[in-house]
Design a protein around this ligand. Structure first.
Ligand code: G6P
Length: 611
């Protein structure tokens, strides 16, 4: 899950690549590097971030009109200069940037070492670079032939850009498992891990497919497969504006994305909610709605925050469609030999559409004959291209590593799906359907109001910034919200936090409670409200510090809790969409006060394209 950018044209490549890498830094940021060529090829690499690389490259004064860059999230070999990309082959003819993992690298390395080839790094990528070089020299091949042959010998996943310094009028790009997009310009072309570095230059893109090999010149583009077939590129127009990937005055992407949620949710249901609120129409499920309605079982798979959204989906589907639902971590599901029957529907939830485990779960389910539906944000990403049908969340690019608007828009899609199916099955009446949709339409306005507690969240953050632990509790729809709140806190502030169903507290976590333990109780009004009041009393009896998320005007909890953050009232089914807002803001402010890098927390990456 590294980020790759390549450029070939007539403009200075260095600046285009550095700007592109900054946009891709969410994919990894432990080291960075680039190669630039003006006939003569120079490689720059450093441990650290793109800003460190920028300083190094600018100081050198070197520039060219072709080049490629890489921002790394380490898999093989610690993050240092030697292991950073580009990796250069042993005779220096090939320069390679890579996202993914070459799984048979150890075997290939042994084979090459047996032929006297020495390795400078611990990376799997250098193995590939050396394999290409070896085939190039020994077989007296062209660069294209050597690359093709090498790619037929490697197992694993890759998004690759390669420069052969003897043929530096072209970039080679290849994809298997890890995403790559070509941007088609006038007299210049681009390549990147996703479209965000490209959109400021061109809206015309080609999404590479697995096994594609592209030979990119400044005014020519040849697309083949590694089985040497020629293919006709399909150029698509993308609708992504440059403003969408800037911070727009916010200090961090995460805060911008938290504040964007009213707009993002509105975009999720825009054009899908019927004008008279009598229902929703999810175009991406057109033609498969009956199959989904008749499903014997729904299995929702995802990772991280997307898994939490899936858990809320379970409550929606069971409540409104009466179809049994299981929610699985994609990483466990794919390796468990799960029982999947023909009548099962798999719903894969993923912001990026690239998470390796979720993608593998999708492929597994397909081989077992299940129909797979995707709920993704990134248009054209791998999961939507693998699934039988799907719904995009339309949240816009999410850059902050901690997921916020992706979560609320995924929950919105899951709710709409459950409502449409429930209505189709006759479980939801026309009147109730209209009530649900009318309330859904009011949610963005209510989130707008919920965001007004930002200052209060900051004040609370000041009180709790030095905590070592935190407990998050919720019931029903609000239990997954508690999990999500705890995840947000640990991801970006490095405070240990756990989410629990509130009633489970007495089976273990209650032992942790003392006067130093902040307990965040998600307690907005719903069917479980009375029960959660009891849980708050149990915490107070043990001197725990209660921060309660409550519905506006709640005087009962106000008296019991140490601190409250209020959100507007809504129907229980939408309570998670509102209750999560104070939790996002609280973690954000705590992380900022602790001096953490909010948008790029240590050890994490936005999109995990390795197992
Ligand atoms: C990473 C991110 C999380 C995200 C998870 C799943 O761990 O840091 O924020 O929830 O991947 O990503 P996906 O793109 O599949 O939703």
């Amino acid at each position: 899950m590294c980020g790759i950018v390549g450029y070939i044209g007539s403009r200075p490549a260095r600046e285009i690549i550095l700007n592109g890498l900054k946009r891709l830094e969410y994919r990894g940021y432990d080291s960075a590097g680039m190669a630039v060529t003006d006939g003569d090829t120079r490689v720059f690499k450093c441990k650290g971030r793109v800003s460190d690389l920028e300083e190094m490259v600018m100081k050198s004064g070197f520039n060219g009109t072709t080049g490629m860059g890489h921002t790394r999230w380490a898999t093989h070999g610690e993050p240092n200069e030697l292991n950073a990309h580009p990796q250069v082959s042993y005779k220096g003819n090939f320069v390679v940037v890579h996202n993914g993992i070459i799984e048979n690298y150890a075997r290939l390395k042994k084979h090459l070492q047996g032929r006297g080839i020495e390795f400078a790094s611990q990376t799997d990528t250098e193995v590939l670079a050396n394999l290409i070089e070896h085939l190039y020299i020994e077989g007296d091949l062209t660069a294209e032939q050597a690359i093709t042959l090498a790619l037929n010998r490697v197992e694993g996943a890759y998004g690759l850009v390669i420069i052969c310094i003897r043929e530096s009028d072209k970039l080679f790009a290849a994809k298997k498992g890890s995403p790559l997009v070509i941007g088609v310009g006038d007299g210049e072309n681009f390549i990147a891990s996703d479209a965000t570095p490209i959109v400021e230059h061109t809206q015309r893109v080609i999404y590479l497919n697995d096994d594609d090999l592209a030979i990119i010149k400044k005014d020519e583009l040849l697309l083949k497969t590694i089985r040497v077939e020629k293919i006709q590129p399909v150029i698509k127009e993308i609708d992504l504006k440059i403003g969408e990937i800037d911070k727009e005055g916010f200090p961090h992407f995460m805060l911008k994305e938290i504040f964007e949620q009213p707009r993002a949710i509105h975009d999720t249901f825009r054009g899908r909610v019927l004008p008279d609120h009598s229902g929703v129409m999810l175009g991406g499920l057109h033609g498969v709605m009956d199959t989904i309605s008749n499903a014997e079982r729904i299995i929702i798979v995802g990772c991280g925050t997307s898994w939490h959204a899936g858990l809320i989906g379970e409550y929606f589907f069971e409540e409104y469609t009466r179809i049994p639902v299981e929610v699985e971590y994609a990483s466990e599901f794919r390796y468990r030999n799960p029982v999947i029957k023909k009548g099962d529907i798999i719903i894969a939830v993923s912001q990026s559409g690239e998470t390796a485990d979720t993608l593998a779960a999708v492929k597994l389910a397909k081989t077992k004959g299940a129909m797979v539906v995707g709920i993704c944000n990134v248009v054209g990403s791998s999961i939507p291209r693998e699934t039988d049908a799907g719904v995009y969340t339309h949240a816009g690019p999410e850059i902050g590593v901690a997921s916020t608007k992706a979560f609320t828009t995924q929950v919105t899609v899951l709710a709409m799906m459950a409502f449409e199916i429930g209505h189709l099955k006759g479980i939801i009446s026309d009147t109730f359907y209209r009530e649900l949709i009318t309330e859904l339409v009011s949610v963005p306005g209510k989130i707008e109001k919920a965001l007004k507690i930002n200052e209060q969240a900051l004040e609370l953050a000041k009180i709790f910034q030095n905590s070592h632990n935190a407990l998050y509790l919720g019931r029903g729809y609000l239990f997954p919200v508690a999990l999500e709140g705890a995840l947000k806190l640990k991801e970006i502030s490095y405070i240990h936090a756990e989410g629990y169903p509130a009633a489970e507290m007495k089976h273990g976590p209650i032992a942790l409670i003392d006067e130093n333990m902040p307990v965040v109780v998600v307690a907005t009004r719903d069917d479980t409200y009375d029960k959660i009041i009891n849980n708050i009393q149990e915490i107070k009896a043990r001197k725990g510090k209660v921060i309660a998320i409550v519905t506006e005007g709640d005087e009962i909890i106000q008296k019991m809790a140490d601190y409250v953050l209020e959100v507007p009232g809504t129907m229980a089914v939408f309570s998670g969409l509102l209750a999560v807002i104070p939790l996002q803001l609280l973690s954000y402010h705590i992380a900022v006060l602790r001096g953490c890098n909010v948008d790029q927390p240590r050890n994490l990456a936005k999109s995990v394209t390795v197992e």
